[in-house]
Design a protein around this ligand. Structure first.
Ligand code: IMP
Ligand code: MG
Length: 193
């Protein structure tokens, strides 16, 4: 059967609401990470000099979100990337998660923040969480812009979530359909024609 014809529908979350919420999330993350570093006992040194915090966006969907998020975090941090694919091609159904390429191998002892666009079945973030924990990071946090209100296939504890959304397929602000629409500034529902 040919794929269902789809078109852009209503705006679910506009750019102003995204901007405000991402700013809140960045501030919360920065405050929590700062507290954690100070508790480690190395004082301002840890904050200013050590390479302790690693942001780990999940490509490709998290690129827009992470770009805005890190600019709300005025602190010393570095960034790695990881690629996971779950929707190969023109599909709106999850087909399970697959790591593409290697996970960064220097996460041991660091405070890792995984950043993804959306939590849906939980397979992507469940897989990444398990693989990252094998490296024994100092801590692991997960931040997602969106959480879909659907039953999870894999339970994942998300530490920072921007918005709960209904079970609809959305695009924009980094989220794609078949590789397109990532550049839309708002989050928009993709509807059947
Ligand atoms: P999960 O593994 O099912 O939790 O799916 C997570 C991944 O599927 C996300 O990182 C997205 O790339 C993709 N995804 C899930 N729902 C949507 C959606 O509504 N629009 C676009 N991509 C989605
Ligand atoms: Mg993704």
């Amino acid at each position: 059967m040919p794929p269902m014809p789809l078109q852009l529908g209503r705006t679910l979350i506009d750019r102003e609401r995204i901007r405000a919420r991402v700013a809140e999330m960045g501030r919360a993350l920065a405050a929590d990470l700062t507290r954690e570093l100070l508790q480690e006992g190395n004082g301002q040194d840890a904050l200013n000099h050590a390479d302790r915090i690693v942001m780990l966006p999940v490509l490709t969907g998290a690129v827009v979100f992470v770009a805005d998020l890190i600019r709300e975090m005025p602190m010393r941090l570095s960034m790695r990337v990881v690629t996971v694919s779950s929707y190969p091609g023109a599909s709106t159904q999850s087909k399970g998660a697959m790591l593409r390429g290697a996970l960064p191998s220097d996460l041991r002892g660091r405070h890792v923040v995984v950043v993804d666009d959306i939590l849906d079945t939980g397979q992507t973030l469940g897989l990444l969480r398990d693989l990252i924990l094998e490296q024994k990071p100092a801590s692991l946090r997960i931040a997602v812009l969106l959480s879909k209100l659907v039953p999870r296939k894999v339970e994942v504890k998300v530490d920072y979530s921007g918005f709960d959304i209904p079970d609809e397929f959305v695009v924009g602000y980094g989220l794609d359909y078949d590789g397109f629409y990532r550049n839309l500034p708002d989050i928009v529902v993709l509807e059947e024609r």
